[in-house]
Design a protein around this ligand. Structure first.
Ligand code: F6R
Length: 638
């Protein structure tokens, strides 16, 4: 890490908050845990308590895990630590399974030696007429403790810190706030439906947060990349409350590579300093320039390059026309109707090799609908072209089935038995749903039925894509079966299942998704479990003949310059893909007339594939109806 006196590198010139980028969230969290432990020990040695401001959500989970480890294995004591949490849903009793109070107990407090009286949480259960006073008392308690030494923050997609949604003032104090629609939607899964998410929360204000002596904001995963860039490089604005951290002398962002992806030094590095013109960077620059000037690649002029900060590229690779033709051909060759390789064809310029043919292909689907959402068209082509494609469902997806959907199946099941049959799965589930406690996870029978519903949907979707029943595999990874959203934990059992499936098939091609997703999310964990298995497989002989293709899951599509293989879908193939997605009926949007980001999954998949085709068209390449995009993954250990 750079010492305090070293000048800021030129590449970071656009960043108004110091931002440290780590290769993964785990490494970054360990670093923050070390820094926290140092503070606690320093304060302890000086006979003073360390006052920590803490956050909840999936972001700090790894940090808390590491603090627990430091406590258990390295004797770090929290006896002299005072904590203040940022926020709490309102109204919500402490005991609710999604209360931040309970979250903190489960994720940190009950595993360390912090005295109960040192823990402070905004009270989500005070009566409405006492809220104002409770907020004042909370601020007063922070002052009495001597102020916060180190405040840990996450960031919401709305740019919120704490629950300071857009519109929060710089000097706002602890108060009751109304939650943004996007924030409630992000919490919908945890609360088993958006309707159950509280509309309000108690939160420290922006002003309260800015009074902390040191602030570290953590962010992981590509879904946070845009908002991180706005907070770090954009104007200070109430529209992104994290941007107020620009005015704090000791605020830092600690992010993983995916969350840093939209910072200028990564997105447009040639604008941030001298560029090392590697082939991927050249492609990135030309695609960007074509978009900026609204010109197809072959029409870009020398002056377009030089007037847009790409003079050094021309010096190295120009003149423009020569460079344009080379790039045009390169991008053209990413398009193939033969995702498994074209047998007996010259494959020197094709994304996938011709032999072996047919190939053994494994398609990994984190949650059941992901496979068809991401590669329904490609999967169908692989099967039609004679490859043996196996679909591996990594998790059962039972947490994602709404109760009303489970009820229908339970009722059908119950009625299929004579009325005097004492018990059956249908009746048991109906009883469980009738007496359901929103504070608790579903009992095993309900989870089982929900899992079976998703299995059947997956089989139906595969059938539309031409995949035979005996080529469908359900792994039911234990991390998912034993866990809950935001609190999943990969174990050796997951690793063993993933390794076993790779070993069983020894594939020539793997399709995966979830790279760059929030590492605590289901796709993020599924990807991590695959990454570990692949790293292990890399040492084997069979893996030398295996390629891994990445779909960008249901996150934003790969940028054009990142795509190594684009598979066209004809109008009929696109319709087939939508039909396959339709089979996942339990996943229909629960919100009719929903805004853009809540549209039905099939609509999102359709427009995403159409947009990719349009983007190729705008570059001056062939105009297709739709394209599914993949990036060749170079798995590296770590
Ligand atoms: C939580 C909090 C929020 C979260 C933010 C990100 O106490 O204050 O600002 O940090 O919503 O949530 P995750 O980490 O779940 O992405």
């Amino acid at each position: 890490m750079r010492s305090k006196n070293q000048p800021r590198p030129e590449s970071e010139q656009f960043e108004k908050i110091k931002t440290d980028v780590y290769s993964c969230a785990g490494e970054a969290s360990n670093q923050v845990a070390r820094e926290t432990a140092e503070l606690v020990r320093e304060k302890n040695a000086a006979g003073r308590p360390a006052v920590l401001g803490l956050a909840t959500g999936s972001t700090p989970v790894r940090l808390y895990r590491e603090l627990i480890r430091l406590h258990e294995e390295e004797g770090l004591s929290f006896k002299n630590v005072i904590t203040f949490n940022l926020d709490e849903y309102y109204p919500l009793p402490k005991e609710h399974r999604e209360s931040y109070w309970r979250f903190m107990q489960e994720q940190l407090f009950q595993h360390i030696d912090i005295p109960e009286e040192n823990i402070h949480m905004p009270p989500g259960d005070v009566p409405r007429n006492e809220v104002f006073q409770a907020c004042r008392d909370y601020e007063q308690a922070i002052r009495q403790a001597g102020g916060i030494d180190l405040q840990i923050l996450g960031i919401g997609r709305t740019g919120h810190i704490g629950f300071n949604e857009p519109g929060s003032a710089r000097d706002s104090r602890a108060r009751l706030v109304s939650l943004d629609r996007m924030t409630r939607q992000d919490a919908a899964r945890d609360f088993l439906g958006e309707a159950n998410v509280p509309h309000y929360a108690l939160t420290m204000g922006v002003g309260t947060i800015l009074e902390a002596r040191r602030i570290i904001l953590l962010a992981w995963g590509g879904a946070k990349a845009k908002v991180v860039a706005r907070a770090v490089e954009g104007p200070v604005t109430e529209a992104v409350s994290a941007s107020f951290l620009q005015g704090h002398p000791h605020a830092r962002f600690i992010v993983d590579k995916a969350a840093a992806g939209d910072l200028t030094r990564f997105r447009l590095p040639w604008l941030a300093g001298p560029a090392d013109w590697t082939p991927p960077l050249v492609r990135r620059a030309a695609v960007w320039l074509s978009g900026k000037t609204s010109k197809p690649i072959l029409k870009l002029l020398d002056e377009n390059y030089s007037e847009n900060g790409l003079g050094s590229l021309l010096t190295e690779e120009g003149p423009a026309y020569q460079l344009n033709i080379r790039l045009f051909n390169e991008i053209q060759h990413t398009i193939t109707g033969w995702p498994g390789g074209k047998p007996n064809a010259d494959d020197t310029r094709r994304p996938e090799r011709a032999s072996p043919f047919p190939k053994r292909v494994l398609v990994f689907s984190p949650e059941p609908q992901d496979a068809v959402l991401c590669l329904g068209g490609t999967l169908n082509r692989l099967v039609m072209q004679g490859h043996s494609a196996e679909v591996i469902y990594q998790t059962s997806g039972n947490l994602g089935v709404p109760d009303e959907e489970a009820w229908k199946f339970a009722e059908v099941l119950a009625e299929s038995f004579p009325a005097d049959t004492p018990d059956n799965l249908g009746r048991t589930v109906m009883r469980q749903l009738e007496t359901k406690n929103l504070n608790e996870t579903d009992p095993p029978e309900t989870r089982r039925l929900k899992g079976l519903i998703r299995r059947e949907e997956a089989r139906a979707a595969c059938q539309v894509c031409g995949v035979a029943k005996d080529r469908i595999h359900f792994l039911d990874l234990p991390f998912y079966e034993k866990g809950r959203y935001r609190r999943f934990n990969l174990t050796k059992e997951d690793a063993d299942k993933m390794t076993a499936i790779l070993e069983k098939f020894r594939p020539h091609q793997i399709y995966a998704m979830g790279q760059g997703a929030d590492p605590a999310s289901v796709p993020g964990l599924c990807f991590e479990s695959l990454r570990r298995a692949v790293c292990k497989a890399q040492k084997t002989e069979w893996f030398k003949d295996c390629r891994v293709w990445m779909s960008n899951g249901t996150a934003e599509e790969w940028a054009l310059h990142e795509i190594d293989m684009a598979v066209p879908l004809s109008p009929a193939e696109l319709a087939g893909k939508i039909k396959a997605i339709y089979q996942h009926q339990s996943q229909r949007s629960q919100a009719p007339h929903a805004p853009e980001h809540l549209r039905e999954a099939w609509q999102q998949a359709e427009s995403r594939n159409r947009e990719t085709a349009q983007a190729y068209d705008r570059l001056g390449l062939a105009e297709y109806e739709a394209l599914e995009a993949f990036k060749l993954w170079q798995p590296n250990p770590g």
